[in-house]
Design a protein around this ligand. Sequence first.
Ligand SMILES: *[C@@H]1O[C@H](CO)[C@@H](O)[C@H](O)[C@H]1NC(C)=O
Ligand SMILES: *[C@@H]1O[C@H](CO)[C@@H](O)[C@H](O)[C@H]1NC(C)=O
Ligand SMILES: *[C@@H]1O[C@H](CO)[C@@H](O)[C@H](O)[C@H]1NC(C)=O
Ligand SMILES: *[C@@H]1O[C@H](CO)[C@@H](O)[C@H](O)[C@H]1NC(C)=O
Ligand SMILES: *[C@@H]1O[C@H](CO)[C@@H](O)[C@H](O)[C@H]1NC(C)=O
Ligand SMILES: *[C@@H]1O[C@H](CO)[C@@H](O)[C@H](O)[C@H]1NC(C)=O
Ligand SMILES: *[C@@H]1O[C@H](CO)[C@@H](O)[C@H](O)[C@H]1NC(C)=O
Length: 619
Amino acid sequence: MTALKTLIIIALVGYVYGLDKACPFKPADIIFVLDGSGSEGAQNFKRQLHFVSNFTQQFEIGPNNTRVGLVTFGTGVHNEFFLNQYNDNSSVLNHIDNANYPDGETNTHLALNFVRQQTLSSAHGGDRDASKIVIVLTDGESLSPNLTVAAAAALKSDPKVTVISVGIGSKVNPDELLAIASDRNHTFRVSDFDALSTIEADLTTETCNVCNDQSDICFVLDSSGSEGASNFHHQLEFVNMVANEFSYEGNTHTQVCVVTFSTSSHTDIPLARYHTLDALTENVLKVPYRDGETRTDLGIVSAFNQLQQRHHGHFPAARDFANKVMIVLTDGRSTEPDLTKSQAHRAQSKGIDMFAIGIGSNVDPRELDTIASDHDHVFRVTNFKQLDSIHQSVVSAICAKSLKATTTTTTTTTTTTTTLPPTTTKAACGLKPADIVFVLDSSDSEGAENFRTEVEFVRNFAAQFHIGPGNVQFSVVTYSTDVRNEFFFNQYHNRNGVLHAIDNIQYMGLGTNTSGALNFARTESLLPANGARANSTKYVIVITDGRSDDPDATKQEAQLLHTKAEVISIGIGPRVDKTELANIASNHRVVTVDSFTLLKTIKNQLTDLACQSDEPLVF
Ligand SMILES: *[C@@H]1O[C@H](CO)[C@@H](O)[C@H](O)[C@H]1NC(C)=O
Ligand SMILES: *[C@@H]1O[C@H](CO)[C@@H](O)[C@H](O)[C@H]1NC(C)=O
Ligand SMILES: *[C@@H]1O[C@H](CO)[C@@H](O)[C@H](O)[C@H]1NC(C)=O
Ligand SMILES: *[C@@H]1O[C@H](CO)[C@@H](O)[C@H](O)[C@H]1NC(C)=O
Ligand SMILES: *[C@@H]1O[C@H](CO)[C@@H](O)[C@H](O)[C@H]1NC(C)=O
Ligand SMILES: *[C@@H]1O[C@H](CO)[C@@H](O)[C@H](O)[C@H]1NC(C)=O
Ligand SMILES: *[C@@H]1O[C@H](CO)[C@@H](O)[C@H](O)[C@H]1NC(C)=O
């Protein structure tokens, strides 16, 4: 498919289905820095502006929402508008369209310095408490590479700032792109100006820095005598800085709890007590300093209880599906090192993602290592004030976990997870992307709530992937008596679109027409006309909790389907018919779990099947 066709299709999809607003719960300040040097010509400069305009349209623009600024450069730097200059989408879009082509040399450093000194200054509204995303587009090498490197370093030294570089065409210098960007994952390259639209979805993901999984996060704060009240206060500010990076509304909302420890431990803020960022941060600052010993172990126990507990008084607490995170801060050695170690291990063994943050020189690095899930989860700062310098890294580590499959599966003793037979799929896949159809039982035997759990599972599964025509594609079919197409492969071209569509799936409730659904998957979902690719590995994942209305027809349809795709059947709960599951699956790919809530324990097994590539995308 040519870049232009992709572009048109993406534009059409956006038009027909309406792109969801990109970072609905977490506004950002986005500053575009556009290369307008002589090498590209006015026509290509216009293409950049179109891209910026399309990108901007995904966001809710406003003084309390996402704000946009635009800087262009050639020989000199030109401010088109500051972040606080226009308050609504139409004036922002209007001024993007009318930006002037600067022409001249490629003085990238001037633009980067301008962003740091002017656009981000309080005088121009750049000091709002929001993440600052600077997106630099360029088609060539800068005139003064050393100055560019220095200007980029100065810009990135602000922990709130993330710099994304986008190189267009073959004349860009990859080393310079890397030097400009915050890290390798924030660099993009496209072959030409027309291909810009192909990176829109990934750029959006990086811009929003979204964690698509919901997280339950417990902070465990050191309130012992060694630190004093003002240092304790820095810990509270750290909690708020991290909390600020998550959303508290919608399907992927985060829940936070705060536990403190000294001679004993206190659950100062139970999980799910506050449902807005404002209420949370206000109450975090009220958590009292207590003084005393360093019973880190007791703090870990209290946080553990919060993360495991289903209810706390009136509050629904930990959620089975959530990514569970415990962040332990300390400035010293614990009074009971052995207990600290064993409690940390217990939490790790339950799949809680454990972070250890050591402050100052009195911490025991080995103890931090025993608390944390792995060495990448250990952070150290020299004093309390420096905590703010690591908050972005901590957030990235939490998000990385929730965006990617974890390497260890946490299977509890109540699961009977049949391990999938070893397959050659992963190796055989290589560069082959996967086309995955989910076929979901929406019959009355499950009930609406279990169906929700099933849908949530599919959502969390899909959220791990780069989704799109060049990556993994998803399609969903639901069925009870009727068969319903939720969406085909070619309906949504990015992760946001797919997740949004999954969120909109409705429960039907009635019969169990499994054969009809398998027939539909074969004769519709897997058709090239509906987006299935010739070069992909095809999977159909059938999730059911019962027995189909017509087992013979189901078996027949399954056999036909096996010639088109690898079929995995997942049976949930006591009512499943194991013979039928075996009939549905190809190559004995049967997985059973005891209950709907345990579905998530098999996420990683499935992920291995789908050939996720961690390579940065280059088009
Ligand atoms: C922007 O979107 C419009 C239509 O919505 C489309 O015609 C145009 O090609 C897109 N441009 C880019 C650069 O994405
Ligand atoms: C933005 O928020 C402030 C303070 O919460 C409020 O006073 C103001 O009306 C809001 N502005 C808009 C345009 O919603
Ligand atoms: C601006 O946003 C409003 C509300 O979301 C929407 O109705 C309108 O179409 C948008 N205008 C443009 C030019 O995108
Ligand atoms: C740029 O930096 C490199 C490496 O630090 C140095 O060798 C080179 O002389 C510098 N070039 C200029 C023009 O300053
Ligand atoms: C880039 O992303 C990969 C895969 O998600 C991750 O393993 C790696 O740590 C990231 N690199 C940086 C520098 O953040
Ligand atoms: C697979 O085919 C699709 C179009 O059908 C194309 O966009 C994609 O780049 C191809 N992937 C590979 C790895 O060849
Ligand atoms: C099952 O679904 C198929 C395909 O939609 C349909 O033709 C058939 O009538 C359904 N069977 C029953 C018993 O409703």
